[in-house]
Ligand binder design. Structure first.
Ligand code: SDX
Length: 427
């Protein structure tokens, strides 16, 4: 008999098994709790709730550790590529040279969009937020790819997974082109996954586009840093949507919608806008005080995390990448100095120290993306582009789980109890 915990409820005693993972906190299996006690657990925000079993990504928030299939994010960011990390997340092991080449070729063969979708873009206003376009276009993919939406068919799941990973760069680049009024650029499969994206975004038909290797490497590393992150809000959204049997394109569109929120993936756009509002380092103390003021809704965007109560390991890599991109692009940005100073001041302030608020993945990413040439409205689009492989891998893991059931949480009801309808003349 494994470990158990006892619960005294309603004068009776119940035993619940403790399940152990390969690393991380044990979990109490309460699947029989309601049937035995007639009670629910209560955990809004799921701060103490494991929603599923997963073998993809592990985070130790206190130690600032992030592993993808066991490999530390720092090593992957330094030595791997986004395509290789995508293969790792989808298949569980790092690919051989042949496996990687075959995977990259497969992905490259799905980079084009159905031509009719270009017409779909033309229905949006030119000033539409690119995330609104992403939600619409990705959801619309299920209107075009009926041949890969039977989720019970592993081959369909594989093809739709590859289609989503391959088409996100094309869809994202087209959203940018549509906003700036330039023609869409078709994929060029001679380029790498990330080089292809940069050319589709910044290239124009009027001249050759040269991918800058240092920028391509930095962009690819940024994609690696955003690939997957356990059961965050948008991944949980994708899993919940997928649990009803919805097709993968609709599930990923739901994930994009959730990611858009400023408390989640929208924080990179909000963090750079915050740095622009702060402007120069002398204004930082005023904003630190605002962030600490309970009556002020202002928060330091790019700071804090539900899981990391230590430095977000992705922020460490991101800060290093800022310097590399500045050197490659021969640019600088005074906001980087403001960001470094803001971090320094915040991390020496008792409020942030006590609440364990450190910079997260979104704090520095905007500075890099801005230096590469992306407008702030594209920042969360890039997060969604990279996170698609994580969403797809998590969706596949869920759908392939024979014990998978539709997600259907319960509630603590605090509304009116039974009362009879009153006709209008009696009210
Ligand atoms: C991402 O889940 C993931 O893994 C997400 C992500 C991923 O890869 O998928 O890592 C990506 O979403 C990163 C987070 C990006 N969001 C931001 O940078 C927005 C700013 N951060 C906060 O909104 C907040 O820190 C959250 C939403 C990220 C986490 O919120 P929690 O865990 O619900 O914590 P909380 O809101 O309860 O805050 C705890 C305390 C509160 O004070 P008290 O009520 O206890 O007095 O810390 C304070 C908060 O007021 N606090 C902040 C703060 N974040 C939390 N105070 C000032 N500035 C902040 N940024």
């Amino acid at each position: 008999m494994g470990d158990q915990v006892k619960l005294n409820a309603g004068g009776a005693e119940y035993d619940y098994p403790v399940l152990k993972g390969s690393v991380g906190p044990d979990v109490i299996d309460i699947r029989k709790l309601y049937g035995q006690t007639g009670m629910f657990t209560f955990d809004p925000g799921f701060t103490s709730t494991a929603s599923c079993e997963s073998a993809l990504t592990y985070i130790d928030g206190d130690e600032g550790v992030l592993l993808h299939r066991g490999y530390p994010i720092g090593q992957l960011a330094e030595n791997s590529s986004f395509m290789e990390v995508s293969y790792l997340l989808l298949n569980g092991e790092l690919p051989s040279k042949d496996e990687l080449e075959k995977f990259q070729l497969t992905i490259s063969r799905h980079t084009m969009l159905h031509e009719q979708l270009a017409t779909f873009y033309r229905g949006f206003r030119r000033d539409a937020h690119p995330m609104a376009i992403m939600c619409g276009v990705v959801g619309a993919l299920s209107a075009f790819y009926h041949d890969s939406t039977d989720i019970s068919d592993p081959e369909h799941r594989k093809i739709s997974s590859h289609r989503l990973i391959a088409k996100m760069p094309t869809i994202a680049a087209m959203a940018f082109k549509y906003a700036v009024g330039q023609p869409f650029i078709y994929p060029d499969n001679k380029l790498s996954y990330t080089g292809n994206f940069l050319r589709m975004t910044f290239g124009v038909p009027a001249e050759e586009y040269e991918v800058i290797p240092a920028v391509e490497k930095a962009m690819d590393r940024i994609f690696i840093l955003h690939a997957d992150h356990e059961q965050n809000a948008s991944t949980s959204t994708v899993r919940l949507a997928g649990s009803s049997g919805a097709n993968p394109f609709a599930c990923i569109a739901a994930g994009i919608a959730c990611l858009w929120g400023p408390a989640h993936g929208g924080a990179n756009e909000a963090a750079l806008n915050m740095l622009k509002e702060i402007g120069t380092p002398d204004k930082i103390p005023h904003y630190i005080e605002r962030a600490k003021d309970k009556n002020d809704p202002f928060r330091l965007m790019g700071f804090g995390h539900r899981v990391y109560k230590n430095y977000d390991p992705r922020a460490t890599v991101m800060q290093k990448t800022v310097r590399e991109v500045f050197e490659a692009m021969k640019v600088t940005d005074p906001l980087f100095e403001t960001a470094l100073r803001l971090e320094e001041i915040a991390l020496s302030d008792p409020y942030f120290v006590e609440k364990k608020l450190f910079p997260n993945v979104d704090f520095y990413s905007g500075i890099i993306l801005s230096a590469i040439g992306f407008p702030t409205t594209m920042f969360t689009v890039l997060f969604a582009l990279a996170r698609t492989v994580g969403w797809v891998a998590q969706w596949n893991e869920m759908i392939s789980d024979p014990g998978q059931k539709i997600g259907r949480p319960r509630q603590l009801y605090t509304g009116p109890t039974h009362r009879d309808y009153l006709p209008l003349e009696q009210r």
